[in-house]
Design a protein. Structure first.
Length: 77
């Protein structure tokens, strides 16, 4: 069964608390605060093309969504 992972920015703790209350009884749904420390050099736009072919860090779209919207959803197997 597929799972959903909601990742909420550290700056949006208010949203995290609302989602935690709404999703606490949902099966297959996890919610976390983004634990990553932002890089010193950040772009306002995502890179033009992803140079890496594979790897765990190939989620630039999700990273951009967390920065711009304050949250994202990732589908997990």
């Amino acid at each position: 069964m597929e799972r959903l992972l909601f990742v909420v920015s550290q700056e949006r703790r208010d949203l995290y608390e609302v989602l935690r209350k709404l999703l606490m009884n949902e099966k297959g749904v996890d919610l976390i605060l983004d634990r990553r420390v932002m890089k010193r050099r950040q772009r306002d736009e995502p890179p033009a093309a992803e140079r890496r072919r594979f790897g765990r860090r190939a989620r630039s779209l999700e990273e951009a969504e967390v920065r711009w919207r304050g949250w994202t959803v990732v589908r997990l197997p």
